[in-house]
Design a protein around this ligand. Structure first.
Ligand code: NDP
Length: 257
């Protein structure tokens, strides 16, 4: 009975920023659970590489070029995906960028706007456009990808833009979850620690960063993308059917201290 609740047969998932990293690992997890999956990314080469990587493992996905900062394009992608696949049952609003070490007192306007545009606005456009048909059907599961950076302020790098955007994602998720709870659409967030993906990997060999990160991490390691994907699978599936508005922290213990 319990393992059945992780099965996603007959459901279709759409993942933003799914060409690599956590999004690609989430695609693999949801495919393994039986879902059909559409991966999207704004970079055609990354998208195609991701699609090919899954295909090499025997898993076919649909791939859609999509920049989440373009609200109209997100709306079109949602309509087309729903038409093509009958319904999109699961959305993983994952696309994000991080530009670490940007001092708060001297951050350029365009740097602040760019990070907020992808990391917060992009998540909202995705939730809004994919939720509409879910609300009409009275069923859907949305997972937003926040960060422990929405709970703590990272050290030693300065990234007020990213931290603020991720705190926004957490509260956006709770707000939408409250609005949609009675209408069958659940909205939950996963908040990871540093994960071994292209986004953070550069910091792992940086002597001014990595020792500080590990000093602050009780488990003394970073997370793997598949460990974040496991949480995404749980929140996508009926295994978490009583959860909405929840923040699932997957942080190797970072926020304990
Ligand atoms: P990656 O950079 O490996 O993957 C993210 C993907 O999203 C990239 O292909 C990226 O492309 C793409 N993307 C960027 N901007 C857009 C856009 N406007 N529209 C569509 N796609 C876009 O990062 P991760 O897999 O590590 O990150 C996934 C999510 O997890 C992000 O929201 C991130 O903030 C969050 N997270 C990651 C952590 C980490 O340590 N890795 C820690 C905590 C949270 P491009 O290469 O052009 O940027």
């Amino acid at each position: 009975m319990y393992l059945e609740k992780y099965k996603l047969d007959g459901q279709t998932a759409f993942i933003t920023g799914g060409g690599r990293g956590i999004g690609l690992a989430a695609a693999e997890a949801l495919l393994e659970a039986g879902a059909k999956v559409v991966i999207s990314d704004h970079n055609a080469e990354v998208l195609e590489n991701g699609r090919a990587e899954l295909l090499a493992k025997g898993r076919a996905v649909d791939a859609v070029l999509l920049d989440v900062t373009d609200a109209d394009a997100v709306g079109r992608a949602a309509r087309e995906a729903n038409e093509r696949h009958g319904a999109i049952d699961i959305l993983v609003a994952n696309a994000g960028i991080a530009w670490p070490d940007t001092p708060g007192e001297s951050m350029a306007d365009e740097v602040w706007r760019k990070v907020l545009d992808v990391d917060l606005n992009g998540v909202y456009w995705s939730c809004r456009e994919f939720a509409r048909p879910m609300l009409q059907r009275g069923r859907g599961s949305i997972i937003t990808i926040g960060s422990m950076s929405g709970l703590i302020s990272n050290k030693p790098q300065r990234q007020a833009h990213y931290n603020a955007a991720k705190a926004g994602v957490h509260h956006l998720t709770r707000s939408l979850a409250g609005e949609w709870a009675e209408r069958g659409v659940r909205v939950n967030t996963v908040a990871p620690t540093y994960v071994d993906t292209p986004m953070s990997r550069g910091g792992f060999t940086e002597p001014t960063l990595f020792p500080v990160w590990m000093e602050m991490t009780p488990m003394k390691r970073v997370a793997r993308a598949d460990e974040i994907a496991s949480a995404i699978l749980f929140l996508a599936a009926d295994a978490s059917s009583a959860m909405t508005g929840a923040l699932m922290v997957v942080d190797c213990g970072y926020t304990i201290w």
